[in-house]
Design a protein around this ligand. Structure first.
Ligand SMILES: [Zn+2]
Ligand SMILES: [Zn+2]
Ligand SMILES: [Zn+2]
Length: 149
């Protein structure tokens, strides 16, 4: 994942003013392993900055996502964000539905899409959801426990 300095570096190279709040957001995402909902981020920011509006926090998340320093995934229970991968190459993600551990996939299926000629592709997303090895094991255990009463 990107470090705090890498996130700040990208933001400032794109002409974004590096405010104290943006530094805090960069640090939060660099130091968080999993995904954060906009509400998680807002709650965290409110502890540090009083009188912050949800809109301001959300707008910063949008900007950071557009710059690619954080990644946005739509889960069944809503939108979540995590720090961007340090993988320089274009890649996709395989995500565990239980622990939200994320693995890169280097195969890009885009060339297989039958894009109409007049359609200009700007970006695309491709995510695969499932269960990692650890979570498969724990699911198995809980099913066993239920069966044995
Ligand atoms: Zn990634
Ligand atoms: Zn898992
Ligand atoms: Zn791709």
């Amino acid at each position: 994942m990107l470090s705090t300095d890498q996130i700040i570096g990208v933001m400032s190279s794109q002409g974004l003013r590096i405010t104290d709040q943006r530094k805090t957001l960069a640090k939060l995402f660099a130091e968080t392993e999993g995904y954060l909902t906009p509400k998680d981020v807002y709650d965290y920011m409110c502890k540090k900055y009083s009188g912050l509006s949800f809109d301001t926090v959300y707008r910063n998340l949008r900007v950071m996502e557009e710059l690619g320093v954080i990644e946005q995934i739509v889960f069944e229970d809503g939108l979540k964000f995590r720090g961007g991968c340090s993988e320089a190459q274009h890649h996709h993600h395989m995500i565990c539905l239980q622990c939200e551990k994320t693995y890169p996939i280097h195969f890009c299926p885009m060339s297989l899409a039958d894009t109409p000629e007049q359609f200009q592709v700007v970006k695309h997303k491709f995510e695969v959801f499932g269960y990692c090895k650890d979570c498969q094991a724990s699911k198995q255990e809980s099913t066993d426990a239920q069966q044995h009463g």
